[in-house]
Ligand binder design. Structure first.
Ligand SMILES: *Cc1c(COP(=O)(O)O)cnc(C)c1O
Length: 427
């Protein structure tokens, strides 16, 4: 973004009152350099910034906007809900409808609780798992992101230390010491940990389709092993489906892989663009939550009528439109157009895709399955591609490690514009 634009002026103002000018760090463009454009509106697959520049958007607010920006039916339903009141702090019909839709769609979920973000959903699911098992240890995988939960802002320990170290200042070492961090796609490491400490582990949490550190597609056998080990040792398996839930299939990655976790967490798509998270599981587990059980969890704005309306309307439209088939076809079309361009680049790169989630693996060879296999040069290589595309009216996420998203609002014409811009940038 050049100086003298309305965007750059606004961002200067932002920097005076917001740390780094933003309310979520990646938005600040630190990973790619430059100044973020300030957005005025979104419409279908397109964004418009405050200088009137338009972009075909493949970031889609980091995943929630599976119908596109400002879908008319969602906007109308939300407007009607707003007119009836912004919050009641009491039960409302929309939360019941959304609850019915989630439990009907997702394998093994009898009961669901709504919260206001994915982070909150994960934090609460971990507490429930600990409360239900009476154990403290949690296992996560390097390269999976689960929000900014203290117990999960943990990096792998060095050498033979299995339990982790804080990956953020402000996280006590004692918390991190309760979390083991293992590599993805490493059956031996997880089997060994269960051999040694299996009866102390409350839960294993994984993004079944890890999409926060590149798109690290896992082998089904690895997920099946997690299911088997947790079941055998009395630990719970938590699928963090905050990105994949209602995006890759109606029943998320659980449906796609045919593996049912004990608990699942949601966010992003189920809020249709409003701040919503959720976690759910089978009845006897979820009944350990207050007010029925001893695990405390609450929220003043949880089940907010406006947010619940946006989520329920979004899921209704997804089902009515047979969205997942359409998104798969759109994803296949994207792959057909983009994959050859990447493979012919020098050095060759790969398109990685699961349905409507995609990522450019900017290194030669098979796409990585582990965070540790992503070459640091790949991130360097992303910067000029990102800025080149932005100049040509294409908005991708401002980090090499973030994935792209398609929505029902994207058309072959939008994909064509991406293809043409990428051809220009790579050529
Ligand atoms: C985005 C995300 C979260 C955190 O959700 P927020 O709404 O940003 O708090 C958690 N887990 C996964 C897999 C995510 O992609």
């Amino acid at each position: 973004m050049t100086t003298g634009t309305r965007s750059s002026e606004l961002f200067e103002r932002a920097r005076r009152v917001l740390p780094g000018g933003v309310n979520s760090p990646v938005r600040a463009f630190r990973a790619v350099g430059g100044t973020p454009h300030v957005i005025r509106r979104g419409e279908g697959a397109e964004l418009e910034d405050v200088d009137g520049r338009r972009y075909v958007d493949f970031m889609m607010s980091w995943g929630p906007l599976i119908l596109g920006h400002a879908h008319p039916e969602v906007v109308e339903a939300v407007g009607a809900a707003v007119a009836r009141g912004l919050s009641f702090g009491a039960p409302c019909e929309a939360e019941i409808e959304l609850g019915e839709r989630v439990t009907a769609a997702y394998p093994g979920i009898d009961l669901v609780r709504f919260v206001s973000s994915g982070t909150e959903a994960v934090m609460s699911a971990i507490r429930l798992a600990r409360g239900a098992t009476g154990r403290d240890l949690v296992v996560k995988f390097s390269g999976c992101y689960h929000g900014h939960v203290d117990h999960l802002l943990v990096a792998a320990g060095s050498g033979l230390v299995t339990f982790g170290q804080p990956s953020s200042a402000g996280v006590p070492g004692a918390f991190a010491g309760l979390t083991a961090v293992l590599p993805l796609d490493d059956s031996e490491a997880i089997a060994r940990l269960f051999d040694e400490r299996g009866d102390e582990i409350a839960a294993v949490i994984i993004e079944p389709i890890p999409a926060n550190n590149g798109l690290l597609v896992q082998r089904r056998e690895f997920l099946a092993l997690l299911r088997e080990l947790t079941a055998r040792h009395g630990a719970l398996l938590i699928f963090d489906e905050v990105i994949s839930g209602f995006r890759v299939a109606r029943g998320g990655a659980a449906e796609l892989y045919g593996i049912t976790p004990d608990l699942a967490t949601f966010g992003k798509v189920i809020g249709g663009g409003m701040p919503v998270g959720a976690f759910g599981g089978r009845r006897e587990l979820m009944e350990r939550l207050a007010p029925l059980g001893p695990v405390y969890q609450a929220g003043t704005l949880s089940g907010n009528p406006v947010a619940m309306t946006a989520g329920a309307k979004t899921l209704e439209i997804l089902e009515r439109e047979n969205a997942w088939d359409r998104l798969e076809r759109l994803g296949a079309e994207l792959e057909r157009r983009i994959a050859p361009l990447l493979e012919q680049a020098d050095p060759p790169a790969r398109l990685v895709r699961v349905g409507s989630i995609f990522w450019m693996s900017l290194q030669p060879g098979e796409p990585p399955r582990r965070a540790e296999s992503i070459a640091p040069e790949a991130a360097e290589r992303y910067r000029p591609i990102f800025h080149g595309l932005l100049e040509r009216g294409i908005n991708l996420a401002p980090s090499a490690y973030e994935v792209g998203f398609l929505s029902l609002a994207h058309t072959a014409e939008h994909l064509g514009r991406l293809e043409q811009a990428l051809r220009g940038v790579l050529g």
